[in-house]
Design a protein around this ligand. Sequence first.
Ligand SMILES: Nc1ncnc2c1ncn2[C@@H]1O[C@H](COP(=O)(O)OP(=O)(O)OP(=O)(O)O)[C@@H](O)[C@H]1O
Length: 326
Amino acid sequence: MSVINVQGLTMIYKAPVRKEGLQAAFTSLFKRSYREIRAVQGISFEVTAGSVVGFIGPNGAGKTTTLKTLSGILHPTEGEVSVLGYTPWNREPAFLRNLALIRGSQPIGGPVELTVLDSLRYQQLIYEVPDEAFKKNLNELVEMLHLEPLLTRQIRALSLGERMRCGLALSLLYRPRVLFLDEPTLGLDVTAVGMMRRFISTYSHQTGATILLTSHYMADVEALCGRILLIDQGQLKYDGNLEDLSTRLSPYKLLKVAVSCETPPAWEDYGDVLEKENGKVSLRVHRGQIAATTSRLLAELTVADLSVEDPPLESVIDQVYREGIA
Ligand SMILES: Nc1ncnc2c1ncn2[C@@H]1O[C@H](COP(=O)(O)OP(=O)(O)OP(=O)(O)O)[C@@H](O)[C@H]1O
């Protein structure tokens, strides 16, 4: 069953423009000119209940605009959107109670003077979470996000990583069924990134929430998302899994071999040599030739070590962002 249904979504911003200088500033008070920015151009997709989908694309591609529209913050120029059966920009209470948009760049809104626990209690009131559910959800979130030492701290005194953990707890306290995560690991250190990934994965398994996630870190997407939507210049360029995209764009694999023979073999006979050092070599071999090349290497040389690797995902995605998808 699809929980998110987007058909022909288009968002055109009107941004004011003016020439430089004082006179232009004065004139613009009376007569403004605008320029259109086509942030999202007729995209369509569906997301089924319980799935974790990566929404990726280069800077300015239209990801945040789409997430804001799906959350009901923006009213689109054109298109139909249904999330949990609701039209987001009508902002019905039953819809808002089942949805959370969490942005890594701004994980917590609201008063920063409150302590974390007071903010959570405030959230309980706003979202009308019954006492029993509040206690249960709070205990789970405190444990999963290691919040115990932070509960009595003021929001304003938290570090970025701590804010992100508390922002998640605030948004998940009311158990939303749909989560939009916009760069959830932005600016976090390696340990915090690992914890965040584990948390998102556990949360989606435990609650069956539907998650749409943007991230510039391919490791996030690779670890969490079975499917990706790739958007570029406001248009949907790919909908499928990362592995297929990688196979389609990079028909080669890396064969890393170490040998223990005296005379160096003619590596060029086995594949394109990318690196060669102390009897170890990296060969670029067409995917279709991997099995045959591996058999030949093992039969003809004294192989000490051998591994087959996919090209790094970052380089595949970088290629898509620079050259597009044919
Ligand atoms: N409020 C706004 N007014 C005018 N233009 C905007 C506004 N918000 C975004 N844009 C423009 O719309 C386009 C898409 O922006 P958006 O923030 O959706 O991209 P993004 O994919 O989230 O980028 P990033 O990865 O850099 O966060 C960009 O060209 C941006 O400059």
